[in-house]
Design a protein around this ligand. Structure first.
Ligand code: AMP
Length: 215
């Protein structure tokens, strides 16, 4: 499947993407994960991106398109992909459209996961992430704690609160989302690709996608 997952930070895009990859081997591509990996590795990309990310600002479109232009050419994308956290601005959506046309790739749909702001805010404040950039497993101290406090169940690394998941940075990220990313719903509505699913359960979102795709 070739799907874009839209939705505010904390709407559950990553969880839904992981569940969908299990259905047909499509790959999850999270620009946030790629950028956090680059920051941890101390690469040029990471150095450029870090300040924006820590403040809860978007990284410039040119950097993101540089990453995605290469990523979508990789072999594992042939089976399909779930774009998680990209595109995030209208210029990114336009550049992606041009790129997909050039590569002869047609999207199946764009899923807009719609979750109330108070639920999102609470989820992000209590979310914790494995600090190992190759893992980045997600936990929640209220609803999905790790078996051993502070230690990742999957790889044994430390589980931390992301620098951009303080209350101040979260509020800023949600404002940025409303300003820059929410208009993408209208963009994809016009393209005839949008399917909005309202709900806080990832199972409900996945069921909606399966129904839409007839699988
Ligand atoms: P995420 O994990 O998707 O919430 O992304 C974390 C941070 O990475 C965001 O707050 C942005 O600073 C940056 N980021 C991720 N994806 C994008 C994108 N498509 N465009 C611009 N910045 C991005």
């Amino acid at each position: 499947m070739k799907i874009i997952l839209l939705g505010a930070p904390g709407a559950g895009k990553g969880t839904v993407a992981k569940m969908l990859t299990k259905l047909d081997g499509s790959v999850q591509i999270s620009t946030g994960d790629i950028l956090r990996g680059a920051v941890q590795a101390g690469s040029e990309l990471g150095k450029e991106a870090k300040g924006y990310m820590d403040r809860g600002d978007l990284v410039p479109d040119s950097l993101i398109m540089g990453i995605m232009g290469q990523r979508l050419l990789e072999d594992d994308c042939k089976k399909g992909f779930l774009l998680d956290g990209f595109p995030r601005t209208i210029p990114q959506a336009e550049a992606l459209k041009a790129l997909l046309t050039k590569l002869g790739i047609k999207l199946d749909m764009v899923v807009n996961i719609d979750v109330p702001r108070d639920v999102i805010f609470d989820r992000l404040c209590t979310r914790r992430t494995c600090e190992n950039s190759a893992c980045q497993a997600i936990y929640n101290i209220k609803s999905m704690p790790s078996k051993k406090e502070g230690i990742c169940d999957k790889c044994g690394s430390a589980i931390v609160q992301r620098a951009d998941e303080t209350e101040e940075a979260i509020a800023h990220r949600l404002d940025t989302y409303n300003q820059k990313t929410a208009p993408l719903a209208g963009f994809y509505e016009k393209e005839g690709l949008l399917k909005t699913i309202t709900g806080t359960s990832s199972d409900v979102v996945v069921a909606g996608v399966k129904k839409e795709l007839g699988i």
